[in-house]
Ligand binder design. Sequence first.
Ligand code: HEC
Ligand code: HEC
Length: 362
Amino acid sequence: MKVYSIGLLLLMYTGLLSADNLQPDNNLGLPEILIPAHNPQSAEKIALGKKLFNDKRLSRDGTISCDSCHDQQRAFTDGQSVAVGIKQQTGFRNAPTVVNAAFYQTLFLDGRAASLEEQALGPFLNPIEHGLKASQQIVEIVKQDLQYQQQFAQVFNTADSVITVEQVAQAIASFERTLIAGNSAFDRYLFGRDRQALNASEARGMRLFRRKGNCANCHEISGKNALFMDNRFYNLGVGFDKVNSQIAEFVQALRAGRSADKFSFSDAQRAELGRFNVTHIIADIGKFKTPTLRNIALTAPYMHDGSVKTLEEVVEYYDKGGDKNPFLDSAIFPLHFTEQEKQDLVDFLKALTSAQYLLVIK
Ligand code: HEC
Ligand code: HEC
């Protein structure tokens, strides 16, 4: 049963508010969020996680925090092709959004972490991101701040005031589980049954997305909600030209029982092997996790290597059937879109921006 205060009841009675729009439903179009039993949410823990997420002291030279690459103004991405860490060093991957990552079964574009807790410590120790040497260093930095000491003691209820890296990871994960955003024009149209929410081009784009474009095959829309991802991994051919000429030789070496690590790939090339680096299964070569498309208008450039600058170019990439390679997924094939269809599809993708991020743009 919902409980309303007398004042609110009066407002509702006088017709100023209706029970339905007391609060915008940020979660419209999203499934229930599952909170792991070993890391329950609390307001204090979320506040602590937010502080850690934004704290530049937690890097080798005091210049990088999680939000350097996952900036709220850009729906928690950075606008760069590939992420830029300490001393302007660059990696090989585009920083994905953290919004709605709470729904993913695996984290990172190759799925190498199984939970937000497990993921959270990775960037601190990555030599080109935060660049810390050991996880104990995180604790040392945190311990120097009196406010942190009090917060950790309160949140984790520890009498001995021992702070652990696991607690740091738990607090960050709790904060990330609040970065939830549904309620886009698409959600109001499909799940809120507001037929005015999409214009004609956007609505045509939605049909193309689900039918002719075959997009929802991987960027899933179910009857009740839509994450626009499926927790699976596919080879689309993006960036694969870096390894394509050596791939036959590589596969032959693997089949002959040789170790993948011994093959003469550069680090940049190895990064293109994607999911294979985690599973060592030949069929996983060049596969990356299906990314969500929510708030996609804010998160350019696109793809795991940030090589595609605009949504128009993304649609062209799919229209031509991706870049050919022996591992290209069978669901990627030439689509023969008309110019109008391409425009409709782009318009639809731009209708996936959540209400709270529309405010950020304006
Ligand atoms: C230097 C830029 C940079 C910094 C700093 C950084 N990240 Fe990331 N983040 C990335 C990149 C790039 C990826 C994708 C890497 C990959 O998949 O190999 C990523 C991936 C992620 C993911 C997985 C998203 C998904 O789709 O699976 C999460 C969650 C995340 N980061 C959270 C954090 C947290 C928490 C911090 C701070 C402790 C942080 N990041 C610091 C660049 C950065
Ligand atoms: C076979 C599965 C599959 C199909 C079909 C598919 N996608 Fe994707 N999509 C992916 C994967 C996997 C990636 C990430 C690829 C990479 O980074 O190399 C991706 C990336 C994207 C991106 C960039 C996201 C980002 O954050 O960088 C957009 C936009 C996109 N797809 C839209 C579409 C549209 C539109 C269609 C239909 C025309 C479509 N996709 C069809 C799996 C698929």
